[in-house]
Structure formats: structure tokens, C-alpha cells
Design a protein around this ligand. Structure first.
Ligand code: ZN
Length: 160
């Protein structure tokens, strides 16, 4: 049996939280998983494990169909989602990426860490192609960003 995407939905007083986990591919019933959406919607993506080309079409069609009245945020985007947002101009057809993981490495102790970056808190430096400072969780030394910053943060340029 193939692994399938799971969507956990929590409806609260300040909006809907959707937690996605697993792969997004041609078999993913994403729109059905999201259900009817209104008001504020936060899509949490830390659990997404992979997305293939068919999954990208499912993703774009699903979020393009979200009504304009919905205030849509994508949170905790893993690197695989950031890469799609950078390579495909309409990958985020509605809403905005509010937070994402950046790949960091520590030279002294060789730790490799994904660090969660909040766009609003770092918008100016991200737009300049500067990765936020991140201390190594193991040894406390400042870590280095492992991708080309201007490319990794390029998705911010086509926010709408
Ligand atoms: Zn370290």
C-alpha cells in the first residue's frame, strides 16, 4: 500500500489550521482533504515529505481554487516546497509563505540543521539575500547558510 498524504484539520475561533503530512502526488485528493475554506486559513507544511510533477499540478489547481476572500498563509515550508516556489512562478497561486525552513550547517561541529525562518520578522534582510543569523544548537557557534541566499529567498519577490 502506498503512503498517502494526511490532512489534519482544526477549526478554531481565529481560523482554520490544516496540517499536511506525507507525499503529494497524482493520487493525492488535496481539495477533498482541505474541505470548505473561509476566513483565515493556515496551511502547515512541515510534514510534507515529497512532491512530484503530478503533485505540483494537484497543488496549484487546489490552491488556485481557494476563494479570494480567504486569508491564506503557508507555514513551516520545508526545503522541497521552497524549491518549487522558487522554480515555478505560480506555485503559490494564492496567499503567501509566512515561514519556511532554511538549510544551515555548523563548520566547527559539522551539524546540519533546518532552521525555521519567519518572513515577517526578517523581511528586509531576506529581500537583500541575507540569511538570518542562527546559532548552532549543539555548540552555539554561528551557522552558515547552505544554499545561495538570493536564489533560496527568491520566492519573496513574487508575493502578492
Ligand atoms: Zn556547532
Amino acid at each position: 500500500m502506498n503512503e498517502a498524504l494526511r490532512v489534519e484539520r482544526r477549526d478554531g475561533p481565529d481560523g482554520v489550521d490544516l496540517y499536511l503530512s506525507g507525499p503529494i502526488d497524482e493520487d493525492t485528493l488535496l481539495a477533498e482533504g482541505l474541505g470548505a475554506l473561509g476566513g483565515r486559513v493556515r496551511v502547515h507544511l512541515a510534514g510534507v515529505t515529497r512532491i512530484n510533477s503530478a503533485g505540483i499540478r494537484v497543488w496549484i489547481n487546489t490552491f488556485r481554487a481557494v476563494p479570494p476572500s480567504v486569508d491564506l498563509d503557508f507555514l513551516d515550508c520545508p526545503q522541497i516546497i521552497v524549491e518549487q516556489a522558487n522554480q515555478i512562478s505560480n506555485f503559490i497561486p494564492r496567499g503567501r509563505i509566512a515561514s519556511f525552513y532554511g538549510p544551515y550547517a555548523c563548520a566547527p561541529c559539522r551539524a546540519r540543521e533546518g532552521v525555521l525562518i519567519h518572513v515577517e520578522a526578517h523581511r528586509e534582510e531576506l529581500r537583500r539575500g541575507v540569511a538570518p543569523e542562527a546559532p548552532c544548537p549543539r555548540c552555539g557557534q554561528p551557522m552558515a547558510f547552505r544554499e545561495f541566499e538570493t536564489e533560496y529567498f527568491a520566492f519573496l519577490d513574487d508575493e502578492r
